[in-house]
Write a protein that binds this ligand. Structure first.
Ligand code: ADP
Ligand code: MG
Length: 356
């Protein structure tokens, strides 16, 4: 059994009439790198603040390493925090800033740990500088270094790369994951950038409107989304075809999309369903069941992106290495295990995949 570092149980949080968290429950294991993603306003920061003790939940429990911490102030929860707004001590050097919490906690060989972390994050040459002499990105690295070196066993990061250019952020995210793993830290990393989460997280929770829609490994969320929102939010573009349920053979379901019968993975106890198929899982094939005209082509480097207008007017995105001309008549095919069948949402398809 893996031990649980954090347990969040039925947490509800209002700001006046706004329900920022609407019953959130999940567990994070010790040593896990756990990401929380979701669109802006979905409650990610509020959730992190409740865990950190910067906000108080209206209901529910926060349990850190087996101890209920609802009543404890932030500094007694033993968590390290990194927010997008950087909070360094302006009168201390970089080294002083990084060393400070480690020394306060009496981390053994603090000085050595600090040197390692600074060098891994490539800020060792700035160790004698003051925060104001650093770029925002460098300051953020120092804040990361400070938290990692403090050896708080649970580290909470809210959009930690928000003030960096994308290239720096991309390099840094792998380094931070590597450091966290080698130090045995449990990390909860909040980001609106699903690609960032997919790249570094062991598991990801997808939030929407104050609730968790799904928790899973990156590949699960990508291949086996349990809601249309997750299918849309995770992994970039997706195609959705609605139709009537026309047959089933567990774990597959066939749906009648009008022009043909399409099979996909998933079981649905309803009349209507939606088939989600990724652009890169569609291919041109003479025996494909879907038929249409190529409306547009875009060169993406390795592949082409096509817009194919089906005969019934629906437009699908296709990404493939195959080159066909705009205006060609094509047929599209896919493997049934690459398509996901989900119940047709009561609120309608557009609403179900809306981001905000
Ligand atoms: P996210 O981090 O996912 O963007 P937040 O947790 O910041 O989302 O916000 C969730 C909801 O709570 C939003 O509707 C936001 O406007 C609201 N909210 C967040 N903080 C406050 C606050 N201090 N006062 C009032 N409303 C807030
Ligand atoms: Mg936020």
């Amino acid at each position: 059994m893996r031990s649980v570092a954090l347990k969040v149980s039925s947490v509800v949080k209002h700001y006046g009439a706004v329900k920022a968290l609407d019953g959130v429950s999940f567990e994070v294991y010790e040593g896990e790198y756990f990401a929380i993603i979701g669109p802006s306003g979905s409650g990610k920061s509020t959730l992190l603040k409740c865990i950190a003790g910067l906000e108080k939940p209206d209901k529910g429990d926060i349990i850190i390493f087996g101890r209920r911490v609802n009543e404890l102030p932030p500094e007694r929860r033993g968590v390290g925090l990194i927010f997008q707004e950087i909070h360094l001590f302006p009168h201390m050097t970089v080294r002083g800033n990084v060393l400070y919490p480690a020394v306060v906690r009496g981390v053994e060989r603090a000085s050595e740990a600090v040197r390692d972390v600074l060098s891994s994050l490539s800020v060792e040459l700035k160790a004698r500088n003051f925060p104001r002499e650093l770029s925002l990105g460098e300051q953020q690295k120092v804040a990361l270094a400070r938290t990692l070196a403090s050896q708080s066993k649970l580290v909470l990061m809210d959009e930690p790369y928000g003030s960096m250019d994308p290239r720096t952020a991309e390099l840094l995210r792998y380094e931070v994951r590597r450091l966290a793993k080698s130090l045995g830290l449990t990390v909860i990393h909040v980001t609106h950038n699903q690609e960032e989460a997919m790249a570094v997280a062991d598991r990801i929770a997808v939030m929407r409107r104050g609730r968790i829609e799904q928790i899973g490994e990156p590949v699960d969320l990508y291949l086996r989304p349990r809601s249309l929102f997750v299918a849309r939010f995770v992994g970039g573009e997706n195609n959705f075809l609605e139709g009537r349920v026309a047959g089933s053979k567990a774990p597959f379901t066939a749906i009648d999309v009008g022009s043909c019968l399409l099979w996909g993975w998933g079981e649905v106890n309803d009349e209507k369903a939606v088939l989600a198929i990724r652009p890169e899982k569609l291919r041109f094939a003479a025996d494909g069941l879907l038929e249409g005209i190529v409306e547009a082509r875009e060169f993406l480097g390795k592949t082409y992106k096509y817009l194919v207008k089906l005969d019934d007017g629906r437009v699908l995105i296709v990404k493939t290495r195959d080159k066909v001309e705009v205006g060609s008549r094509v047929r599209l095919s896919f493997n049934l295990e690459d398509a996901v069948v989900l119940p047709y949402p009561r609120e309608g398809l557009e609403e179900a995949i809306r981001y905000e």
